[in-house]
Write a protein that binds this ligand. Sequence first.
Ligand SMILES: Cc1ncc(COP(=O)(O)O)c(C=O)c1O
Length: 235
Amino acid sequence: MDEGIAQTRELGAALGPYHPLIINNTDKLKDISGLDEVSYHMSGTEAVMQAVRLAHYHTGKKRTVVFCGAYHGWWDGVQPGIGNPRKVHDVYTLKEMSNDTLRVLKTRKDIACVLVNPLQALNPNGGSSSDSMLIASDRSAHFDKEAYTVWLKALREICTKKNIVMIMDEVFLGFRLAKGGAQEYFGVQADMVTYGKTLGGGLPVGVVCGKAELMKRYKEHKPTDICFARGTFNA
Ligand SMILES: Cc1ncc(COP(=O)(O)O)c(C=O)c1O
């Protein structure tokens, strides 16, 4: 039997009857992200939803941190402010590249995860660049790679110390900066990474890569305590 098909059968319980190429793609994504496991979703928004839900599930903490101006999809769980009719109580929107933020992360005990959209390196705390934004042709795009690297490393350190899941949302940037995305470019390893957009070459897709312990949807000692995730086209 073709090795790919055998592997697909082995993974059948998790992936269903999918094409063997999925195995290759999964291996590539693990390699690119530097993480253990991969789950597939329909959009970047869903990938972020999944990553955030898993972070809450595994840490047992209730709050999510996002940074000013950063976009992480239209889900009301991470989109505080205009355009979201639900008042969001479990999201803290903090300043990026700020010592105040590091202090908050260091001192609070309720923060499950921090979402980083590395596109914000271009305009920390400003309105996010987006598909619908008009950009003047005379603009001079600039960002301080060194300063943003220092920031991400400081964030990484605190997240590790405080058991906060660091989620790098690479849905927008994808692999534009380097083969390993923003993680490689800035030299920072996140606990979970989301990808989407060009990853599907025009087809709808969202991906979460994460550490094995964070990707687990049930608790060994409490098998009925599951982290529900399902969708016709998710796996
Ligand atoms: C950083 C980031 N995260 C998440 C999303 C949401 O992805 P989607 O539009 O596929 O739901 C976007 C979309 O622009 C994005 O830029």
